[in-house]
Ligand binder design. Structure first.
Ligand code: TEU
Ligand code: CA
Length: 556
């Protein structure tokens, strides 16, 4: 079994500041706005806040394009505001994870301005420059955000690499001076008292070579060409040795392209690299060969299998994260639940799943009240650069733009970026101005204020469920075994250690399901710890009749 530590026992809450709370009436969330809501976050019982990027940025990719790693984005406030936020978080006994974005910077960063100015500028090799080939880019690499991953810069008649937008030039990790710059900025924030980092696309910082990708499917290019490069573990060991090992902090690596064969090496304790990973097996499974805007149905049995395989991977070493959504994916109650006929029940079911698995659970802002996807009827109502770049590409290719908008309604990242719905007043109490992104019109029905004191609200279920996890620490570390994985509607599993045994039953369907548990444990004495609609009706000693979207946690 694994060693016990605070970040394994923590529940993490993710804040996307731009959409969280606007304190100064400019329509954009900010740090003072978060400070105003720290008691709300604390009331959930979470231990750690993961704060999406707040550094200076032109916001081409809403903060994931950093122009100064040592200062706060104008729209979000000042360094004094940040210091007040950090002390407010610590005063409430919580910790802060910053979002470390060092695969790339903004093209407006001083480093890049120097690098692009001439081929022999001392900072030229902070970035990745190559001559063109046959009048075009150096190779056929596609960007995550449509188009080529190369941008021509006429000052020096060369191309620079950008796996994301052309305003996000990739940093050159082969350059030890650049790596030292990164370690220095990490120390700056850790010395301020920050408790760790979520590391943006950390799996792609080591580039193999610059040969063409042979893969037509983009996910294959991510996994086989961009991710898990030859020096990735050397770099992460150096980062740990130079920085992380000098602090008691938590690191979670965001790992597109990290799979079951490569995952353990990033987080195995003896590797001394990262503490845990976000893997994306379950997050890309409803993306067809065309990627995000080529949606396909979720295969529920595959969903359960992915969770089992990753749990097995980390059962004796390393550690996993348990999440179903974040700022890059659609709302979990719309994607994995049923936001129409069983909105409340399925939102609670997903919460019960998150809080009863082995791994550190992550709650994304707004999921605690069951915020849903949105469906703006005009593309102009969207903001996300990933959506806008793909739209431009579909338009240029003469493809069906109405169909594109439908795909955005399903898989667009802005589904998770509409402003938090605090109450039923104008703009849901998020801002007194016009919000940077429209609210979901259902804020009059779904908001914190309405759920705050409602005993059976989703909000209070999150509070109860997180306190159940705290009261049952075996749910953090205990063994996990799925029951009848092939069942197409029910997700059921055992959790057990020497002291205690649990049975979790989740009906992921709108129909009543009869489900027989296996005989790993006899269940003549069951006590319900918590459920989203009371105890499950039983038929015979091992057969349960689950109501639509019914979820239950039992102790044996
Ligand atoms: O996301 C990188 C990533 O995992 C991509 O798959 C991303 O989810 C994209 O939407 C795929 O369709 C990280 C950040 O979470 C994301 O917000 C940034 O846009 C991106 O890196 C670049 O920094
Ligand atoms: Ca503001």
């Amino acid at each position: 079994s694994v060693n016990k530590t605070w970040w394994k026992e923590a529940v993490v809450y993710q804040v996307y500041p731009r959409s969280f709370n606007d304190s100064n009436g400019d329509g954009i969330g900010d740090l003072q706005g978060i400070i105003q809501k720290l008691d709300h976050i604390k009331s959930l019982g979470v231990d750690v806040i993961w704060l999406c990027p707040v550094y200076k940025s032109p916001n081409d990719d809403n903060g994931y394009d950093i122009s100064d790693y040592y200062d706060i984005m104008d729209e979000f406030g000042t360094m004094e505001d940040f210091d007040e936020l950090l002390s407010g978080i610590h005063a409430r006994g919580m910790k802060l994870l910053m979002d470390l974005v060092v695969n790339h910077s903004s093209d407006e960063h001083a480093w890049f301005k120097e690098s692009r100015s001439s081929r022999n500028n001392p900072k030229r090799d902070y970035y990745i420059w190559k001559p063109g080939k046959n009048g075009g880019p150096p190779n056929n690499w596609p960007s995550f955000f449509s188009g080529s991953a190369w941008q021509y810069a006429e000052e020096t008649n060369e191309y620079y690499l950008h796996l994301f937008t052309k305003k996000q030039p990739d940093l050159n990790w082969e350059n030890p001076k650049l790596r030292e710059e990164v370690y220095q900025l990490m120390r700056y924030w850790l010395d301020k008292g920050v408790n760790g980092f979520r590391m943006d696309v950390i799996s792609v910082i080591s580039k193999r070579n610059y040969d063409d990708t042979p893969h037509a499917n983009f996910n294959d290019t991510i996994a086989q060409v961009y991710a898990n490069g030859p020096r990735i573990h050397e770099f992460l060991k150096e980062m740990n040795r130079e920085v992380m090992s000098h602090y008691d902090v938590m690191t979670v690596g965001e790992g597109p392209g990290i799979d079951l064969d490569t995952g353990l090496q990033y987080v195995a304790e003896d590797e001394k690299e990262l503490n845990m990973l976000f893997h994306f097996g379950h997050m890309f499974m409803d993306h067809g060969p065309g990627g995000r805007f080529d949606p396909k149905p979720i295969d529920f049995v595959e969903f359960k299998k992915i969770f089992r395989l990753w749990d097995e991977k980390f059962k004796n070493d390393g550690w996993g994260s348990i999440f179903l959504g974040n700022h890059d994916f659609q709302r979990i109650v719309s994607r994995f639940g049923n936001d129409a006929d069983f909105w409340e029940e399925s939102a609670k079911l997903l919460c019960l799943m998150l809080m009863t698995m082995r791994g550190t659970p992550y709650v994304y802002q707004g999921d605690e009240i069951g915020m849903t996807n949105v469906a703006f009827d005009r593309i102009e109502d969207y903001d996300d650069v990933e959506i806008m770049n793909a739209y431009a590409e579909w338009k240029a290719q003469g493809k069906d733009l109405d169909l594109f908008l439908k795909h955005v309604h399903v898989n667009g990242r802005d589904n998770a970026r509409t402003p938090i719905q605090w109450d039923a007043t104008q703009n849901a109490g998020f801002t007194s101005a016009t919000p940077w992104l429209k609210l979901n019109p259902n804020y009059t029905k779904i908001n914190v204020a309405d759920q705050q004191n409602a005993e059976n609200s989703i909000l209070n279920f999150y509070r109860q469920m997180i306190s159940v996890r705290k009261a049952n620490p075996s749910l953090v570390y205990a063994n996990y075994a799925v029951i009848n994985e092939a069942h197409k509607q029910v997700y059921a599993y055992w959790r057990w250690d020497d002291a205690v045994r649990y049975l979790i039953l989740l009906n992921f369907s709108a129909d009543q399901q009869t489900f027989e548990v296996d005989d790993r444990f006899d269940i003549e004495s069951l006590s319900l710890i918590i459920g989203n609609m009371g105890a499950v009706q039983m038929e015979g000693e091992k057969i349960f009749k689950l109501l639509p979207w019914q979820a239950a946690l039992y102790q044996l």
